[in-house]
Write a protein that binds this ligand. Structure first.
Ligand code: BES
Ligand code: ZN
Length: 464
C-alpha cells in the first residue's frame, strides 16, 4: 500500500534528538554551533557536516564531507529505479550568529520544545527553522520512505552547504569542479516558507543580494573631541551622512543606475497576489504598523519585486559602559542590497562604491570589502514540476498551494540554473513568525511533521 506511510507519525523526540542535543530526548548527540560567518566556529561547521554525512550513511546514502576553500560541503547519493528521474536535494547546515544573546529566552544551542498555545508545539534554537529543521524534513522523508518501501522511488543526491549564510564563497568553484556529479533532472530546495500556517507554498521568485562593507578613515588616531571637535573630520558623521543620502523622501534608493534592470510586475501577477489577501499581521506581529520603504507600493510588491538598500550594522567610536569623549579614527558599516529582475549584482557594488567615494572629504579614505553577490531568481510559473508538487502539497495540507515570491536570497538557485542547467523546485515549511536570523528562532513541530510527509508525497508525484 503506497499510501500507508502517509499516515505514520514520526516521533518528535526521534528527529529533534538527531539535529540537536535536547536534554532527555536523545542523549547521544551534541549541539553544533555551525555559525559560518565567524571563523571561531569553523570546527563546528565541519562537525555539523560530519554529523550529516553520518546521518545520511545510516539510511543507505553514500555520503562524504568535501573540503572546499571555506566550510565543507556534504554530498551524498542514493540509487533509484532505472528510468526514474534524478533529484538533487539542497539545504544548508550553517546558521546565523546568535547575537544579541541577551535577547534569547533560552540557550540558542540547547533547543527546547515548548507549547506556544494549546496543541502548538515549537522547538526554539538557532537554525531550527533556517535551515537545519528544514533540511531534516527531507532526510527524515527519505528515512521513512526507505523504512516503508525498502527503497527510494528515484535516484536522490543531496548537497548540504555550510556557507549559505555568509556569502557562499566556495560555491561557484565547487559547482564547477563537481558539475557532472551534481547535475540532476531537478533540484529540490527546502529553505523557504509558507504563505501562512495552513497554506503550503511553492516559491518562484527570490531576491538577489550584494553585500558590502565600507570603512571610512579620517585622522591617524582617536582624538579628544573637545580639543579637535569642530576641526577634525568625524568618520561617523561622514559615514552616516552618506548612508542617510542613500534614500530619498519617497523611500527610493538614490544611487545612480540602481534601478537599471528592475521591471514592473505584470498586472495579472499583481492580481494573483491580491487574491491571496494582505499578509496578515506582517508588520503588526513585530510591533510595527507603518510600512517604510517605497511609497505607493503594496507590502508584497516591496518584499518580492522591489530592490532595497539596508544598513545591517554600523560600528565606530566608543560604545562601552559610561561615556568617552572621542572622535574615532574610523567607522564602518555593513550594507546589503536586495536585488530583483535583471539588476547586475556587480554593477550595484561598483555604483555604491562610486556613490561613497564621491561624497568623502579629500583627506578621508574609504575602504571596501565585498560580501557576496548573487542575482535575483525568477522561476517559471508553469514548469511541470510545479503542477505535480502543487497536487502533492494539496493532498497533505488540504488546501491548494500558493505560488509566491520571497524577499530573501538563496544564491545557489541561480548557480543551479546557470552552471548546471537545472531547474529548482522551492518548497519550505517555515512560518512568518519563525524569527529566522533573530533571537528565539523557532520551528513548529507541525511544519516538521507535515514537511516530512509533504516531501514523501512530492517524491511520489515526481516519479509517478
Ligand atoms: N532561508 C533564507 C532565505 C529566505 C529568507 C528565504 C526568507 C525565504 C524567506 C536563507 O538562509 C538566507 O537567510 N539567506 C541569506 C543569504 C545571504 C547571506 C547571501 C539572506 O537572504 O540574507
Ligand atoms: Zn536558509
Amino acid at each position: 500500500m503506497r499510501d500507508q506511510y502517509h499516515e505514520q507519525p514520526i516521533s518528535s523526540s526521534f528527529w529533534i534528538g538527531r539535529i540537536f542535543d535536547v536534554p532527555n530526548l536523545d542523549s547521544g548527540h551534541q549541539s553544533i554551533k555551525s555559525i559560518s560567518t565567524d571563523p571561531a566556529f569553523a570546527a563546528d561547521c565541519r562537525k555539523a557536516a560530519e554529523w550529516l554525512a553520518g546521518a545520511l550513511a545510516e539510511i543507505g546514502f553514500s555520503a562524504s564531507v568535501r573540503d572546499t576553500i571555506g566550510h565543507p560541503m556534504v554530498v551524498a547519493h542514493h540509487d533509484g529505479p532505472e528510468g526514474a528521474p534524478h533529484v538533487l536535494f539542497y539545504g544548508h547546515y550553517d546558521v546565523q550568529p546568535v547575537d544579541p544573546i541577551e535577547l534569547w529566552d533560552s540557550d540558542p544551542f540547547a533547543p527546547t520544545v515548548t507549547e506556544l498555545s494549546p496543541g502548538r508545539k515549537v522547538i526554539t534554537g538557532r537554525g531550527t527553522s533556517d535551515d537545519k529543521g528544514q533540511l531534516m524534513t527531507f532526510v527524515e522523508a527519505c528515512r521513512a520512505y526507505k523504512e516503508t518501501h525498502g527503497a527510494l522511488p528515484c535516484r536522490v543526491s543531496i548537497l548540504f552547504e555550510g556557507e549559505e549564510e555568509s556569502g557562499s564563497i566556495s560555491l561557484q568553484p565547487f559547482l564547477d569542479a563537481n558539475a557532472e556529479e551534481l547535475k540532476a533532472d531537478l533540484a529540490l530546495v527546502c529553505d523557504t516558507g509558507m504563505w501562512d500556517a495552513d497554506t503550503p507554498s511553492i516559491t518562484v521568485a527570490l531576491r538577489g543580494l550584494t553585500g558590502e562593507e565600507v570603512t571610512i578613515k579620517a585622522a591617524d588616531c582617536d582624538l579628544h573631541s573637545g580639543h579637535y571637535g569642530g576641526n577634525a573630520a568625524n568618520p561617523i558623521h561622514v559615514l552616516t551622512s552618506i548612508l542617510g543620502e542613500m534614500h530619498d523622501a519617497d523611500g527610493r534608493v538614490t544611487i545612480p543606475h540602481f534601478y537599471d534592470g528592475v521591471h514592473e510586475t505584470p498586472d495579472h501577477i499583481k492580481a494573483d497576489w491580491e487574491a491571496l489577501g494582505p499578509p496578515k499581521g506582517f508588520l503588526e506581529d513585530i510591533g510595527l504598523s507603518i510600512p517604510s520603504g517605497e511609497r505607493d507600493r503594496s507590502i508584497l510588491e516591496r518584499c518580492w519585486t522591489r530592490p532595497t538598500a539596508e544598513v545591517n550594522g554600523i560600528t565606530g567610536g566608543y560604545t562601552g559602559e559610561g561615556f568617552k569623549t572621542v572622535i574615532p579614527a574610523e567607522a564602518s558599516a555593513k550594507v546589503s542590497f536586495r536585488l530583483v529582475g535583471d539588476q547586475d549584482p556587480l554593477a550595484v557594488r561598483e555604483n555604491f562604491r562610486d556613490f561613497v567615494k564621491q561624497r568623502i572629504p579629500a583627506d578621508c579614505t574609504a575602504e571596501f570589502t565585498e560580501h557576496g553577490a548573487s542575482g535575483a531568481i525568477q522561476l517559471s510559473f508553469d514548469a511541470p514540476e510545479i503542477g505535480k508538487a502543487s497536487a502533492a502539497l494539496e493532498a497533505e495540507w488540504g488546501k491548494p498551494a500558493a505560488v509566491i515570491g520571497m524577499g530573501g536570497s538563496i544564491p545557489i538557485v541561480g548557480d543551479f540554473q546557470s552552471k548546471l542547467g537545472m531547474n529548482s523546485l522551492l518548497v519550505g515549511y517555515a512560518l512568518e513568525d519563525d524569527r529566522i536570523h533573530s533571537p528565539n528562532e523557532k520551528y513548529d513541530l507541525r511544519s516538521f511533521h507535515k514537511g516530512v510527509r509533504s516531501w514523501i508525497r512530492i517524491l511520489d508525484a515526481l516519479t509517478a
